[in-house]
Write a protein that binds this ligand. Structure first.
Ligand SMILES: [Zn+2]
Length: 54
């Protein structure tokens, strides 16, 4: 069963897991770029999705 997390890759090259239903803005831990924004249901993922995490 999927956890609902995806691994995203920031433009700076840093990769981090992001919850698909994030309720707040998710920022890159390395460069503070916005990676995802809440959209009421699924978050809008702004960075490149590398893979789904299980
Ligand atoms: Zn970054």
């Amino acid at each position: 069963m999927a956890s609902g997390f995806v691994l995203v890759k920031c433009n700076c090259g840093y990769e981090q897991p992001v919850f698909r239903h994030a309720k707040s803005v998710v920022k890159c831990a390395n460069c503070s770029a916005t990676l995802a924004e809440p959209r009421g249901g699924k978050a809008k993922i702004l960075a490149k999705i590398d893979k789904e995490l299980e």
